[in-house]
Write a protein that binds this ligand. Structure first.
Ligand code: ZN
Ligand code: ZN
Length: 358
């Protein structure tokens, strides 16, 4: 079973191994959907999950603003992790998570992901990433949202001066934000979208309640993390690894029975691709919502989990089917349009917008 570690506790060697595997996906591992490299496949699939080929919003989306937010990103991350393992020739290589309630500095301090041996630092006047393995000249953004021609990796890290449009976030989610979200039940609720009724998914994704948790982190990092192509920044995967860790904590609350995914099969009014036994798009087939609900059955755990009561003794659980290809390449004929993929919750906006974060 793979153990996903807190990025703040990685050794220099572990950071290097992770970075080198990512760089291999970006340079030497071929695309399976006709792009330049395997890493870019993940960027393209994520963009397609949010947008239609004509550049308008995909409604309902495959992965956001709906129940599949949890399992869809869990499937994407596990598949990337398996690809990284193949690239590195190391079956123990695991995705690290960034606990942004703890390591909140935008500077390259101890425990920060923004050090030169890991995610790197941006130029303070241009916001272009200039140091580290993903620096300008090394890391190129090949898959871009319509109307965006910039090929450079950029980050604002809370400095909203660089974000001239849309909502900004000067602070990251707090432990209180996360703690309260973990108390929210059920997993999701009708109308299976955003802001309709309290639910864990709506709250952790950031459309409901104080914190705007997942969305806030996209907004705080800013730059390349704002469009639908946000996996262009490798920090995307460390951010979503933490979101996945929090979902796992919600599923298995200490001292309480496990909490289930909804909507179940046949739920009237729930979007296709989001019900428990639905195949998730674009993968289809055996990549169902259910195949990405039990992270232990998917053969990984988090380094801060309490003892796993039934490690590997899961004969009837579904094994996660690694997808080898996506059946089609989506052609994008983009026309310029202003799109905002991530936003603060109504509660955070009512509390005064970007600076409020109780
Ligand atoms: Zn996403
Ligand atoms: Zn996201």
């Amino acid at each position: 079973m793979n153990v996903r570690k807190n990025q703040a506790s990685l050794t220099t060697g572990e950071k290097t191994a992770f970075v080198n595997a990512v760089l291999k996906l970006k340079t030497t591992v071929p695309s399976q959907i006709g792009l330049t490299n395997r890493y870019d496949d993940y960027v393209q699939i994520h963009m397609d999950s949010m947008m239609l080929p004509d550049g308008s919003d995909r409604v309902p989306g495959w992965a956001h603003r709906g129940p599949a937010f949890g399992p869809w990103h869990r499937a994407l991350l596990r598949n990337l992790e398996l690809d990284l393992q193949d690239a590195a020739g190391d079956p123990n290589l695991s995705l690290p998570y960034w606990d942004w309630t703890v390591n909140q500095s935008p500077d390259a301090v101890v425990g920060s992901p923004w050090t030169d041996d890991f995610m790197g630092q941006m130029d303070p006047t241009t916001d272009v990433v200039k140091t580290g393995p993903f620096r300008q000249g090394v890391w190129v953004l090949n898959v871009r949202q319509m109307g965006i021609s910039d090929t450079m990796l950029r980050r604002a890290l809370g400095r909203s001066v660089f974000q001239t449009t849309g909502t900004t976030a000067a602070t990251l989610p707090t432990p209180t934000n996360v703690g309260n979200a973990l108390l929210e039940t059920p997993y999701d609720s009708p109308a299976w979208s955003v802001g309709a009724a309290p639910s864990f998914r709506d709250r952790i994704e950031g459309w409901h309640g104080p914190g705007s948790i997942h969305n806030r982190v996209h907004l705080w990092v800013g730059g390349s993390m704002l469009p639908s192509t946000s996996p262009n920044d490798p920090i995307f995967f460390l951010h979503h690894c933490n979101i996945d860790r929090l979902w796992a904590q919600w599923q298995h609350p200490s001292g309480l029975p496990s909490r289930n995914y909804v909507p179940i099969a046949g739920t009237v009014g729930a979007p296709d691709g989001h019900r428990l036994t639905d195949a998730m798009k674009p993968w289809g087939g055996a990549v169902t919502v259910q195949s990405a609900t039990d992270h232990h059955a998917m053969q990984y755990k988090y380094d801060d989990e309490p003892g796993v009561p039934h490690p590997l003794a899961l004969p009837h659980r579904l094994a996660f089917p690694k997808w080898q290809h996506v059946p089609q390449k989506y052609e994008h004929q983009h026309h310029p349009m202003q799109m905002f993929m991530f936003d603060l919750s109504p509660e955070d906006k009512a509390a005064g917008g970007h600076a409020r974060n109780q």
